[in-house]
Ligand binder design. Sequence first.
Ligand code: TGC
Ligand code: FAD
Length: 389
Amino acid sequence: MYNPPDYYRVDDLLTDEHKLIRDSVRSWVERKVLPVVDDYAQKHKPLPVSFIREMGELGALGPFIPEKYGGAGLDHIAYGVIMTELERGDSAIRSSASVQSSLVMYPIFEFGSEAQRKKYLPKLAAGEWIGAFGLTEPNHGSDPGSMKTRFTDEGDHYLLNGSKMWITNAPVCDVAVVWAKDESGKVRGLIVERGMEGFTTPETLKKWSLRASATGELVFDNVRVPKENLLPGLKGLKGPLMCLNSARYGIAWGAVGAAMDCYDTALRYALERKQFDRPVASFQLQQKKLAEILTEITKAQLLAWRLGVLKNQGKATPAQISMAKRNNVEMALKTARESRQILGAMGITGDFPIMRHMMNLESVITYEGTHDIHLLITGADITGIPAFD
Ligand code: TGC
Ligand code: FAD
């Protein structure tokens, strides 16, 4: 039975409500995701879209959005706890929930009109509609400010042209929040709906990572977007970057879940597996691995929890979020690599989740800002000199 580590009793810092939502998401992941996820990943097939509706029923989509708009009205620690449990299942299911919650519902709530909130948020919260977030382009990843996707004002509608690449949920999305430049070169957010003429979403195949997640492109060929689909609340790159703060925060918690699953698997295996007539866990070299993994998971848990407290108080800075995303994802990737070694050859098979987590985490360390970019954000915060300009 899954026995996630909690060496410093972080559980004691959670409320009964946090624990209730944690238990219900954990139980859903164990019943629905774990029995099938390896098969979907091996076959490079996205998990069923029905899972998104089921996450809606659990209250795992937009948990921090007010109940008035279909959300659960929970705090940011609840959101973090949900992300930990989902990513313990697979980064693919956490990715779907991250995008829906932080990158689609959040901007519609934060920058949308009242009519947009009422039209989209309840359906997205219920998982009836699936959302995607289009910022990255084929030639503009770390530097989204140089994007080429543009729209022009045609009087009674906008005309959108360009393309986005590496977009989670793209092939299955009903709506996409798309970032594009207006005629004055300002970045604006547009809500594009499936079915609009000229809008297509080809799937990206041949991935060795996030194989159970639907990734694709968003292609806009003279798409007529109704004027009421422009997000009125904010102009400039700050808008999409604010969404990233919310998603990166969730990943800082999510990565801990993937690491806990690897650690729990490796510890149980090391205690059962015998070589030289002794459990593998009795060898000092393996104890060193386990002890160091547990230390790093504990530090990452505390970092995520403290960031959650700051976020609840409205005090978490983008640079603090970058530090936690960067640290915790690297911790999870290193944990997966070390845990995999503890299992020897068995570690490379789909009978255990470690290799799948390891491959997924190669995407997680790249998306939502690469490992390098987050270091540069910390560097800029310390020195006041942005190295990426
Ligand atoms: P820069 O000039 O620094 O900033 C432009 C304006 O934005 C403000 N700002 C922020 N505001 C809120 N939150 C943040 N994190 C912010 N960072 C910057 C800034 O103050 C400025 O405001 P103003 O009022 O002066 O206009 O922008 P830059 O062009 O120099 O770029 C900075 C940089 C490199 C840090 C940024 O562009 C960056 O973060 N690049 C990484 C791109 C990225 O993370 N892409 C993610 C795409 S989405 C994704 O990967 C989803 S995966 C989902 C999943 O499956 O889970
Ligand atoms: P590049 O920006 O080309 O970077 C290449 C290398 O150069 C990296 O190592 C980078 O760290 C380094 N580099 C770049 N600039 C600098 C610099 N100034 N100094 C030092 N080193 C630098 N995007 C979305 O908009 N929506 C999504 O839903 C989404 N989902 C994704 C799902 C998956 C599975 C993946 C893999 C990506 C997804 N992305 C999404 C895109 C992701 O955000 C980008 O891949 C990421 O921001 C990096 O951009 P890039 O791949 O173009 O790399």
